[in-house]
Design a protein around this ligand. Sequence first.
Ligand code: 13P
Length: 357
Amino acid sequence: MNTQALESTAQKMVADGKGLIAIDESIGTCNKRFAKLGIPQTEEVRRRYRELIVTTPDLSESISSAILFDETIRQRTNDGTPFAKALADEGIIPGIKVDVGAKPMAACPGEKVTEGLDGLRARLAEYAQMGARFAKWRAVFSIGDGTPSRACIEANAHALARYAALCQEAGLVPVVEPEVLMEGAHSLETCREVTENVLRRVFSELHSQRVRLEGLILKPNMVLPGLTCPTQETVDEVADATVKCLLRVVPAAVPGVTFLSGGQSGELASARLNAMNARFKSQLPWGLAFSFGRAIQQPTLEIWHGEQTNTKAAQQSLYHRAACNKAARRGEYDALMDHDETTLFRATSDIYAGSSR
Ligand code: 13P
């Protein structure tokens, strides 16, 4: 393992106020999102959509890294360039989702354990050869009556740690993603308690499996009230609870924390990330960044709608949402950025001046 290269990649992933974009939806998930908008669900249409993202002009101003899916890392742009190379040429680090999904867990009704360790060493070697420099593995925990169970937390934390050790052996930075889901009527305090327990266990397993903390990225959920909880805390209260939780359990050696969005709207995810950085940045040992999927992509997908003629407008939207999240890393995001059409127009027309794409 070249620890220096590993650590340098991890640092670059959260450097310069940038963050990650997750475009690693499985074929099934991508198809579901296409179906909702009446977009045809074929490999070629998925390729065109991912090409739109990969070739968005100047995306690297706000995005350091992109997480691809197995199908996507094997695809190419219209001019025959593999997506991983097209990203790297633009200064965006390509990465790859390597788990094979969260499957129902035996003896734990309603809970899931993420699979994908079998044969992982060989798959990582192949992805590294294709240009990936980091990987991602997601475990999910739902809050309910008696859940997440200790069995579910332990099994998923152990798998995350074994995945992370294999990644570092292969020279890939592991993005470790334990996600406490938003669905439910639980309170913010319950989410904080569960998230803290899960992260504590994850870092204990990472230590047991000899994973170098300096060479990994943590991708957690924000601490949020359940979607149907009658009390919905303010942006600042969410920021306080999230940072308080992370400070208790995330070691200072970790270079960066990149949140998933988990189904929050783009604006809310930006506002909450912004509040964390505005209020606490100077006190934090790690960068607080983003690794959003839906919170960056959703407007883009809706504008594109499967039509080639909408590509430019869709790319403008993607650039804009990425820029909003970069501003949130500095604590300088303002909801007006999303509503002031002059700002939006200026930002997006600037990037197209002189661009041939
Ligand atoms: P969302 O931001 O849409 O939750 O996606 C992030 C991700 O990578 C989920 O695994």
